[in-house]
Design a protein around this ligand. Structure first.
Ligand code: G1P
Length: 300
């Protein structure tokens, strides 16, 4: 089975939608309950078998580097106060030495530009891309990237490109990369849809379907060759969607309708609902939160 060993995390975005919170703090460090968004994405990748973690950062993002490193003072203090559980939490998130790298994106020129910035750190093999803004909760089922990796090696996908898909309202198409769907099939209960075309953020009347790409990708080396042209697309940015679209017909291309709930944590409402949904799953919080919510509903 071809293993996907490397994941790219583009974390260079400015996060203007969350100002002032993100003035001096990376948006990827915003917590859902008590864990930063980026850590959810890294844990999802690790669960899917990823061994190399590449962060494409930018100015003002050093908190992310510190987050995935030892904090000697903190660990010392926790040990001194026998806070074993907290110590374990900080230990468990440490990755194998040398498996995390950082590359700077010098300007926020788009997702395609960010991914291309990682080109010297990867081998000639398929890699995963995870957007931490898209928080995907799959409950007890495998994580979204695991679901993709598990089907990636099947007939008609191997060595090609794969995106995670979900259906959206037609009025929402301008927020997503949208696909033209081809043949549909099931592999071990996973719904796979052939991707025959992609377009970045089309207006509703021009959208080829209601199937939207969410922020999980497996991309093959041919995509990097297309990215090298650094052509600007929607919004004047270098779009990953455009380079992927050029690979249609050149390499296998499938979309996986993943099982789970996706929260758009790049928007305030998505971020708030993600917090509530995740808190409701935590035994120590759910009862009091439910009670408070019931009270709010009753008085509204
Ligand atoms: C990016 C991609 C878009 C994709 C979306 C998923 O857009 O460019 O194709 O559908 O992520 O969240 P962004 O939300 O960064 O503008």
């Amino acid at each position: 089975m071809a293993k996907i060993k490397t994941a790219i995390f583009p974390v260079g975005g400015l996060g203007t939608r969350f100002l002032p919170a993100t003035k001096a703090m990376p948006k990827e460090m915003l917590p859902v309950v008590d864990k930063p968004l980026i850590q959810y994405a890294v844990e999802e990748a690790a669960e899917a078998g990823i061994e190399q973690f590449i962060f494409v950062t930018g100015r003002g993002k050093s908190a992310i580097e510190d987050h995935f490193d030892h904090s000697f003072e903190l660990e010392y203090a926790l040990r001194a106060h026998s806070k074993d559980e907290a110590l374990e939490v900080t230990r468990a998130m440490m990755r194998t030495p040398g498996s995390v790298s950082y590359v700077r994106q010098q300007e926020p020129a788009g997702l395609g530009h960010a991914v291309w910035c990682a080109r010297h750190l990867i081998q000639d093999e398929p890699v995963a891309v995870l957007l931490a803004d898209d928080l995907i909760n799959t409950g007890d089922a495998p994580g979204c990237l695991s679901q993709m990796v598990n089907t990636y090696d099947s007939e008609g996908v191997r060595g090609g490109n794969m995106v995670a898909l979900m259906e959206v309202e037609r009025s929402q198409t301008q927020s997503y990369g949208m696909i033209s769907p081809g043949e549909e099939r099931y592999i071990e209960e996973s719904r796979l849809i052939e991707v025959k075309g992609l377009v970045e953020k089309p207006p509703p009347q021009e959208a080829p379907s209601r199937l939207a790409v969410v922020g999980r990708y497996i991309i093959e080396p041919g995509v990097f060759k297309e990215l090298a042209a650094q052509e600007r697309g929607a919004g004047g940015e270098v779009q990953l969607t455009d380079s992927l679209a050029k690979r249609v017909g050149q390499a296998p291309f499938q979309g996986l309708v993943f099982k789970g709930s996706r929260y758009d944590c790049g928007s305030k409402i998505g971020f708030l609902t993600a917090n509530i949904a995740h808190a409701l799953e935590r035994p120590e919080l759910s009862e009091s939160l439910r009670e408070w919510l019931r009270g709010q509903m009753a008085s509204s």
